[in-house]
Design a protein around this ligand. Structure first.
Ligand SMILES: Cc1cc2nc3c(=O)[nH]c(=O)nc-3n(C[C@H](O)[C@H](O)[C@H](O)COP(=O)(O)OP(=O)(O)OC[C@H]3O[C@@H](n4cnc5c(N)ncnc54)[C@H](O)[C@@H]3O)c2cc1C
Length: 377
């Protein structure tokens, strides 16, 4: 039976980032990942460049575009452009490359990974975790990290995060070429998708397109409408393969650590309930998870409670406002567009949110006040 300081269930973005941060601190880490490899990860790859500071390696090789403009449209027209120049930039990374970069660096640092691995049983023995895997091997570790994404079973098992998780419905696809989207521009398209929106984020030679609904379990099965959205991004003749994914979104302040166990990323229900931003909270939670586990392993603190506090303070407070904005915006999207996007000061505020300079909390009270007064009148 092999022993590790930390065992991580899930080798996606949050799992790899946590493994990397821990390995840089000198700990022995085992990652158990259920898939063999992934050719395509359903994620548009938009991230605030300010997140680089939460990673202990240079990620420039995974950056496909540096974004200068953000375009907003209402049903293909009523154009609004937010200029990102002068703000910290927003990057588009290719997730397959980005995740691999983090994982490769952690493997170089001594992290071990079991692919096509499934954990069958977890018990606590003498204050350590004993994990039995589908390869019939058993592993011992001091700390356990749950990083198994939106369909996490283990966060429920350990009662981490909301009892009743909330999900956004998404459809994603990647098309060759950029259509009419400039290389340095992302586009948000409102009005076509009930209870949500569509987005187009440019990679070097292709476009990541996504459709998402955020309230009322809105479905995305209207193929004609979906095609209309894709056409609005400048594609006339296209065939494509779509991936449907339920994304576990933030749903209230909850405990995301237990005794010697914690959840990170989507498994901890951290994804932004307004814009589906999940890379930032994945990197934040991975960073603080490694920091708090390090403090425990080096005997500075006795438990992981500070982890939940840090995430709630640095992310949850803003998401509480993000959720309120989503509830109002997606219910009254026309008014939301007029008041939240078309106002003179809105593009700058949106740019500041995307670049991580401002939080929803900073702007929300004013926005919601305006939306409620207008939609009620
Ligand atoms: C269509 C779409 C577009 C998006 N676009 C953006 C964007 O532009 N910007 C942004 O910030 N966020 C975006 N997101 C959100 C972002 O992709 C997620 O928040 C992010 O992937 C979370 O990373 P994670 O590691 O927590 O989960 P995942 O990336 O889902 O990784 C979980 C890993 O765990 C593995 N796993 C699952 N179950 C088990 C198990 N039982 N045992 C072992 N391994 C297991 C999986 O195979 C996977 O490798 C988007 C999401 C979607 C769906």
């Amino acid at each position: 039976m092999k022993g590790f300081d930390v065992l991580i269930i899930g080798g996606g973005l949050s799992g790899s980032a946590t493994a990397l941060n821990l390995s840089k601190k000198g700990y022995s880490v085992l990652v158990i990942e259920k898939k063999n490899s992934q050719d395509y990860i359903p994620c548009a790859g938009g991230m605030a460049s300010s997140m680089q500071k939460f990673l202990p390696l240079d990620i420039k090789d995974a950056i496909e575009s540096k974004i200068k403009n953000v375009e907003f449209r209402w049903k293909g027209s009523d154009n609004v452009i937010a200029d990102l120049t002068g703000e910290s930039p927003f990057w588009i990374i290719k997730r397959e490359k980005f995740d691999q970069l983090l994982l490769d660096e952690s493997l170089r640092n001594g992290v071990q990974i079991i692919r096509q691995g499934l954990v069958e049983k977890i018990i606590k023995k003498n204050d350590k975790w004993e994990i039995t895997c589908n390869n019939k091997r058993r592993y011992i570790c001091e700390f356990l990290v749950i990083a198994d994404g939106s369909e996490s079973q283990w966060s429920e098992y350990f009662k981490l995060g909301p009892r009743k998780p909330k999900f956004a419905n998404t459809v994603s696809l990647r098309l060759k070429g950029l259509g009419e989207i400039p290389r340095d521009t992302v586009r948000f398209e409102f009005g076509f998708i009930k209870y949500g929106f569509a987005w187009a984020f440019p990679l070097k030679e292709s476009l990541n397109i996504g459709l998402g609904t955020f309230i009322n379990d809105g479905l995305l099965e209207n193929q004609t409408l979906n095609n209309q959205v894709i056409k609005s991004f400048g594609f006339d003749d296209f065939s494509y393969k779509t991936i449907h994914k339920k994304l576990r979104i933030w749903n209230g302040i909850h405990r995301i650590n237990g005794d010697k166990v914690l959840a990170v990323g989507d498994a901890a229900s951290l994804c932004d309930p307004f814009l589906a931003e999940g890379i930032r909270p994945s990197l934040l939670s991975s960073f603080y998870a490694a920091e708090c586990i390090d403090q425990c392993l080096s005997g500075k603190v006795d438990d992981l409670n500070l982890y939940t506090k840090k995430i709630n303070n640095n992310w949850g407070k803003s998401m509480a406002w993000g959720r309120r904005i989503a509830q109002v915006f997606y219910r009254f999207p026309r008014t939301g567009y007029q008041l939240g996007v078309k106002r003179k000061t809105a593009p700058k505020r949106i740019a500041q949110i995307l670049s991580g300079e401002m939080s929803y909390e900073d702007i929300a009270k004013r926005v919601i006040g305006r939306l409620l007064t207008k939609s009620g009148s």
